[in-house]
Design a protein around this ligand. Sequence first.
Ligand SMILES: *Cc1c(COP(=O)(O)O)cnc(C)c1O
Length: 390
Amino acid sequence: MSDKHITTHLVRDTAGRTAFQEHSEGLFLTSSFAFGSAEEAAEQFARPMAEYVYSRFSNPNIKTLNKRVATLESAEMALSTASGMSALLSVVMGVCKAGDSILCGGNVFGATVQLLSNTVRKFGVRVDYVFGGIDDWRQAMRPETTLLIVETPSNPMIEITDLAALADIAHQNDALLAVDNCFCPWGQRPLAWGCDLVIHSATKYLDGQGRVLGGAIAGSEKLLGERIYPFLRSGGPAISPFSAWTISRGMETLGLRMRAHCESALTLASWLETQPQVTRVLYTGLPSHPAQTLALQQQNGLGGGVITLQIKGGRDETWRFINALSCFSITANFGDVKSTVTHPASTTHSRAPEYARLRMGLTENWVRLSIGLEYVEDLREGLAQGLAAI
Ligand SMILES: *Cc1c(COP(=O)(O)O)cnc(C)c1O
């Protein structure tokens, strides 16, 4: 089917049908698979990448999800995990050893910083955070740097990194570049810009309905098969077949949803920019975004579904805005069909060190909106209610 459009693959590709010829993919809630003979069991166990042995290694629902993520990212291979964080952990465990150094963008998801700073450093891996642009990355490189981690657009400050330029810096040092691509899947394909690994929190847009947790890693067969899969197989951050099945279903509508999320987000971001209670709107679809050209080039013209805005005032005004919104749920998730609102400084980024919050400019008056698929005028009305309450 490789001559077909990606949309078609995401709708139709599965691990295959059973003897019942089910049209809708079955749910394989089984921890293990039976063998026809002792010989067959031994043969399966001897393979570096087992087919169906045990669901920590592989499962038809997981295989479908892996196939769809590989298609989405135009990757040779993809592997899925229990969550976005376990995808990141698996990359670090597969790529790094004691004595190595990791460079991570300073402007990343809060749990990424905690995992790297509190856990990964304990194993003798140096972790440094890079704030600023490409030159700052170049200067931060060390001879022992083996892995660069970046999020673009970043959460929540919508910073954009030039992926091709950063991949060059990584490769000059024989290091790998991993991109957390959770914010603009469908639009952005980091491997096409020369990046080595893509990390997804499938919990967000891939599921798209806020139902289950999941993660995925995409890249070359060599990297994933030789370095990441051995950790997954023995470390066990396996996704449940049910979650894999749910997320694979979500991916059937990913393109449709992303285009709709982006269209509404652009309408609302343009309108928010004209409101007197709002001092700043960060959205890559707007000409006011400092890296709009690069962002739209990397994201295939899509601005994404997340808007970050700064309210005139401090925490009080910002919380009044959040509490008075209608049609937006106050919750940490994003990428849902339901619109959501988050106050990063007191929730997702509350455990980030003070200096990191200050360097990314994350003060108490920033709000992150994830624009859902409600009727856009209802969302505008909901936001107007919030602004009026300030
Ligand atoms: C949510 C998120 C993660 C973590 O994913 P989980 O599925 O919650 O473990 C990682 N990176 C970014 C950018 C996220 O938004």
